[in-house]
Design a protein around this ligand. Structure first.
Ligand code: GDP
Length: 336
């Protein structure tokens, strides 16, 4: 029997005040909207549940305003029981004291009832700030949250902070770190990637969620942002994501989309090419994930057979780690 779609996926909830950037983040990361076009999108005005063809599940909420989540009529438990991380977006270009107050209130509440939910604070829109102002603001926000936590005896609450912007890769990097904490198999994945890298002389290997371009694991060698960018851009070059996943097109009949497109073993996409001084290798692993490897000039394309073989081994191992991703039935986007 198939498990229900969405089961076992990391679940995220995005919260923050009106205009803090929630819709923009969601559109840029999960719908590939160019950042400049977020100027014209509708701000979040209600709870939006988005289920997408991704390794993770994701919901966006507007924080109070018109909706008070401490309202007993509102089924908080139902939601918080399901999520692994609460991403709290703070607009760093705006007055943030009110936002911090609400964030602190929320963290204290969560510590009472759901102490295992990670609270991930995105200090957002930092692209508009000078370096000095940016780091002062970041420090100030961390301080204000930590003071409140220790005043209440919660020194070790799982709260982390990131500086993000939709105008660069920082939002993807932050999401990657958030997601990786929610993947219990991460140590196994890292070990598999490490072994692949050393066997095939690969410099850096990423396991990407194709649709969002968030990486869910990488080998444990030091990551520099440049290699993430190169690999993430390569997905766009190689995979026409919208073609494969068709997430923008609502299903017209019961059995939506091209669920089985090109993602079974026989047809999985494999490609390798030269990019500047590097070689890039991409292979679709299952319908959500692709492996992308970055190799130096000293790894000539003739090695491709060796890499193909070892990546095949990796892919087989991964099937044991994520049996569910092979079976999942894609969902359509829903909103309530
Ligand atoms: P929401 O109400 O939280 O959903 O906020 P929106 O997504 O509607 O964003 C409000 C405004 O912030 C929009 O005009 C966005 O273009 C802008 N915005 C969102 N993210 C960023 C960012 O990273 N940098 C900058 N400079 N502006 C952003």
């Amino acid at each position: 029997p198939n498990s229900k779609a969405g089961d076992g996926k990391p679940r995220l909830l995005l919260m923050g005040q009106r205009r803090s950037g929630k819709s923009s983040i969601s559109s840029v990361v999960f719908h590939k909207l160019p950042p400049s076009e977020t100027l014209y999108i509708e701000t979040t005005t209600r709870i939006k549940k988005e289920s997408m063809h991704s390794f993770m599940d994701f919901q966006v909420w507007d924080f109070p305003g018109h909706l008070d989540y401490f309202d007993p009529a509102f089924d908080v438990d139902n939601i918080f029981e399901e999520i692994g991380a609460l991403i709290w977006v703070i607009d760093a270009q705006d007055e943030y004291l009110e936002a911090i107050m609400r964030l602190n209130m929320t963290i204290l509440n969560l510590q009472n009832s759901y102490p295992n939910i990670n609270v991930e604070v995105f200090v957002h829109k930092v692209d508009g700030l000078s370096e000095d102002y940016k780091s002062d603001t970041f420090r100030d926000i961390i301080q204000r949250v930590q003071d409140e936590l220790s005043d209440n005896g919660y020194e070790n609450a799982p709260v982390s902070f990131y500086q993000t912007s939709i105008y660069d890769h920082s939002i993807f990097e932050a999401f990657s770190k958030v997601i990786q904490k929610l993947i219990p198999q991460l140590p196994t994945l890292e070990a598999l990637l490490n072994s692949l890298c050393s066997t095939c002389h690969i410099e850096k290997a990423y396991l990407f969620d194709i649709m969002s371009k968030i990486y869910i694991a990488t080998d444990t060698s030091p990551t520099d942002i440049g290699s993430y960018e190169i690999c993430s851009d390569y997905i766009d070059v190689v995979i026409d994501v919208s073609e494969i996943y068709g997430w923008d097109r609502p299903a017209e009949n019961g059995h939506s989309e091209i669920a089985e497109t090109g993602n079974n073993d026989a047809e999985s996409l494999i490609t390798m090419e030269r990019k500047g001084n590097n070689y890039l290798y991409l292979r679709e692993i299952n319908k959500y994930l692709a492996l992308i490897c970055l190799m130096g000039d000293d790894s000539p394309a003739e090695k491709k057979a060796v890499i193909d073989y070892n990546v095949g081994v990796f892919q087989a191992a991964l099937k044991q780690v994520f049996p569910r991703a092979e079976r999942d039935v894609p969902q359509t986007t829903s909103e309530e």
